[in-house]
Ligand binder design. Structure first.
Ligand SMILES: C[S@@+](CC[C@H](N)C(=O)[O-])C[C@H]1O[C@@H](n2cnc3c(N)ncnc32)[C@H](O)[C@@H]1O
Length: 257
């Protein structure tokens, strides 16, 4: 393990320091209108990090960061080879990632999140609960996925990805035909890709792209299969925001064939 740098696409949007110090907008708020067309990530203003959180970014993150500058050997990431390996893309504040890691200590979890405030929150939970089965990448999940070996993951979570609501912005969505193929490569046969959204158009968008891949099945049979969350579900911050604003969620489970 070694410290990883944010990807160049992320750096071009906004440096981590600037992002963390950016100011007064509620933590986690995203203004999709402020986005520079050339940039990949949206501009997200966060609260200034408290000294403790900044310290965790400096000292704990380098110990847990996955080195994405070279091929990743999943077996070498953890002190004990985990029984299963799970990836969470864009974990926000880490509520779901941390809950899952505490519940299932035999599984190794890799969480990706470019937003420094979210990373700091997750690190605080990891430190408080002395969690040993999480590794992290503060940057674009694509950089990490590209360095994973074939068929190494049991599960991938993509929970409430940035919606990019405007038609001209949709090419920025995390789910694309190319990404579906990348996920197919790193998932084991029978592995799961779990996707949740509160954006109607994004559930249809994802269904179309995953179902036109030759590598996935969608075993849902009735509406309860996509309207109910997964067993033991820990609601995320964005899901709670969606609920407050009256948007129901959809939960899609795709199986790698
Ligand atoms: C709408 S938020 C949802 C956060 C969290 N999953 C939740 O449900 O509360 C989307 C998250 O994805 C992260 N994100 C966006 N693009 C990403 C990428 N390419 N790789 C990893 N994370 C990304 C954002 O920083 C943001 O925290």
């Amino acid at each position: 393990m070694s410290s990883s740098k944010p990807s160049s696409s992320f750096s071009s949007t906004m440096s981590l320091t600037t992002q963390a110090a950016a100011g007064d907008v509620a933590d986690g708020d995203m203004d999709y209108d402020l986005v520079d067309e050339a940039a990949f990530f949206g501009r997200r203003k966060g609260k200034r990090l408290r000294a403790y959180q900044a310290g965790l970014i400096e000292t704990l993150l380098p110990k847990l960061a996955v080195d994405v500058s070279k091929a990743i050997d999943p077996a070498s990431l953890f002190s004990k080879t985990p029984a299963r390996l799970v990836l969470e893309i864009g974990f926000g504040g880490g509520e779901h990632l941390v809950t899952e890691a505490l519940r299932d200590k035999d599984t190794g979890f890799i969480g990706c999140e470019p937003f420094v405030n979210g990373m700091a929150k997750a690190l605080a939970c990891i430190a408080d609960d002395d969690i040993g089965n999480i590794r992290l990448h503060m940057g674009d999940a694509t950089d990490l996925i590209n360095r994973l070996p074939d068929a190494c993951l049991d599960q991938v979570y993509l929970l409430y990805p940035d919606p990019w609501p405007k038609r001209r912005q949709r090419k920025r969505r995390f789910v694309s035909d190319a990404m579906v193929e990348k996920l197919a490569r790193v998932l084991k046969p029978g592995g799961e890709f779990r996707f949740a959204t509160d954006i109607d158009d994004y559930s249809g968008w994802t269904l179309v792209r995953v179902m036109r891949s030759a590598h996935f099945n969608w075993p849902a049979r009735q509406s309860s299969d996509w309207l109910n969350p997964w067993a033991g579900w820990r609601s995320t911050r964005y899901e709670q925001k969606a609920q407050r604003e009256g948007r129901p969620s959809v939960y899609l489970t795709f199986l790698r064939s």
